[in-house]
Design a protein around this ligand. Structure first.
Ligand code: FCB
Length: 480
């Protein structure tokens, strides 16, 4: 470029007008007040009390006390200039046993939260289920049982009726893959069962639950609900270009991605998934009409992405690496995938030991959008844990998180430029919280939480992200 070159010195990094800038949280990870106002235990209350399941026996009893501090938390979001907030409703707070009438106090909490958000100009995006199944429903068989899907439809109706006058954006389920395969397959998540067939049954009943909830929400909102579901689609990369490794990638794509995308968007389970799992089940639990119920019109698809998944075929006698990033277990979360190995992806790592690879997000968004061109996409989770420390001056500098988010937003921007219809981005997470089996040991927040005093301190990434949200433009990662 010469001194007279008329081109701008930096390429424009503007996002489309109306792009949603948000953060995401989940009820059990932030609310606390676990036994207040009629809430009863969920499977995560039980699991976190089971010795050895959660880091140092941490629980969500208090979490970050959002139940009592939500007004301050909404004010912080408003101060950051965010336009949307994705949170979940705790099923055991509004319908304690998973059956019967709603508990008014539980619903009132979410009505107050939504009012606070709307008053601050922040659009609520409500997730109905982010993993906290009422314990009583697990005692009755949990997600492997069809009745749980039916219960979920009834619960969706209760919440839809209570909040439908003020919430239009709804997400039925968060990451049903984790619920089914980490909860019932590898057992690293609640309820901690290790049964491959139960996991496949759970996957189907979660799909069915989505369809029933979508119908219930549209009935409650008279067709005005903007429906979505958030999937943690796996960006799967074969270790080599060999036919065997590509076949391993196909199989993990079937049981990791297409087990949901197929019925949700194509109206059928993939035939190759049936073949891959034929030695485990004949899928007789899928009844006539189920896939039609599951395939409901969607306003958008939510995609949660953190890191890619690298797979290879296991050659006889060779060591079988199992590093799929989803926690150590003697049981695989991949039914039918016993002869597939998982490898550490290359690159820098976060505190979760997940590789930083924004190209995975670009590839995922462009591929899903090419396959389903009429379906708008939302990045409903993306973010990183690092070992943040509060400095002597009380501030928290987290340049690694800024670099991570910057890289992934650049990938989103590039995907949009290349034709993907991405409508928003939700940073995981608003604030540090209970990171499931890792307890409070992993900090994902843009806002730091002191777990003694529960004081909140925006990290430098929060200030950086606020600048992006306010300008609708990608800011230089070195700016703070
Ligand atoms: C996702 C979960 C979310 C959070 C992030 C780090 O799988 O949906 O609750 O734990 O991972």
């Amino acid at each position: 470029m010469t001194a007279t070159d008329p081109r701008p010195r930096t390429s424009t990094r503007r996002f489309p007008a109306g792009f949603l800038w948000g953060t995401a949280t989940a009820a059990y990870q932030i609310e606390g007040a676990a036994a207040e106002d009629g809430r009863t235990p969920s499977i995560w209350d039980t699991f976190s009390r089971t010795p050895g399941k959660v880091f140092e026996g941490h629980t969500g009893d208090v979490a970050v006390d959002h139940y009592h501090r939500f007004r301050d938390d909404v004010r912080m979001m408003a101060d950051l200039g965010l336009s949307a907030y994705r949170f979940s409703v705790a099923w055991p707070r509004v319908q304690p046993t998973g059956r019967g009438p709603a508990v008014q106090k539980g619903l009132d909490f979410y009505r107050r939260l939504v009012d606070e958000l709307l008053g601050a100009g922040i659009e609520p995006v409500v997730t109905l289920y982010h993993w906290d199944l009422p314990q009583d429903l697990e005692a009755a068989g949990g997600w492997p049982e069809r009745a749980t899907a039916e219960r979920f439809g009834a619960y969706a109706a209760l919440v839809g009726e209570a909040l439908g006058d003020r919430v239009t954006r709804w997400t039925t389920l968060n990451e049903p893959w984790c619920t089914a395969f980490l909860g019932y397959g590898s057992g690293v998540h609640a309820p901690g069962r290790t049964d491959a067939v139960a996991a496949l049954r759970a996957a189907h009943h979660l799909n069915l639950a989505h369809g029933l909830a979508a119908q219930a929400l549209q009935a409650a909102l008279l067709g005005r609900a903007r429906l979505s579901i958030s999937l943690n689609l796996h960006e799967i990369r074969p270790l080599t270009a060999s036919a065997e490794d590509r076949e391993a990638a196909r199989r993990i794509d079937a049981v990791g991605n297409r087990v949901f995308l197929g019925p949700l968007l194509d109206g059928a389970y993939p035939e190759d998934l049936f073949a891959d799992t034929a030695s485990l089940t004949d899928w007789g639990f899928v009844r006539d009409g189920d896939t039609a119920t599951i395939r409901q019109p969607l306003d958008s698809l939510g995609i949660n992405y953190y890191t890619p998944t690298v797979v290879s075929a296991v050659t006889e006698g060779a060591e079988k690496p199992q590093d799929d990033g989803h926690g150590a277990s003697d049981h695989s979360p991949w039914p039918g995938g016993d002869d597939i190995a998982f490898h550490r992806a290359p690159g820098e790592r976060t505190a979760m030991d997940w590789a930083v690879d924004p190209s995975g997000l670009y590839d995922l968004l462009t591929r899903v959008s090419a396959r389903y061109p009429d379906l708008p996409l939302l990045v409903t989770e993306n973010g990183a844990a690092f070992e943040d420390e509060v400095g002597a001056d009380g501030t928290v500098h987290d340049p690694d998180r800024i670099a991570y988010v910057h890289g992934h937003l650049a990938a989103v921007h590039r995907a949009i430029a290349d034709g993907a219809d991405v409508r928003g981005y939700f940073l995981w997470s608003l604030m540090d919280n209970f990171e499931w089996a890792y307890g409070y040991a992993k900090r994902f927040g843009a806002i730091h939480v002191d777990y003694e005093s529960l004081a909140r301190t925006p990290k430098s990434s929060a200030h950086w992200y606020a600048r992006v949200a306010r300008s609708n433009e990608l800011a230089d990662p070195t700016e703070e």
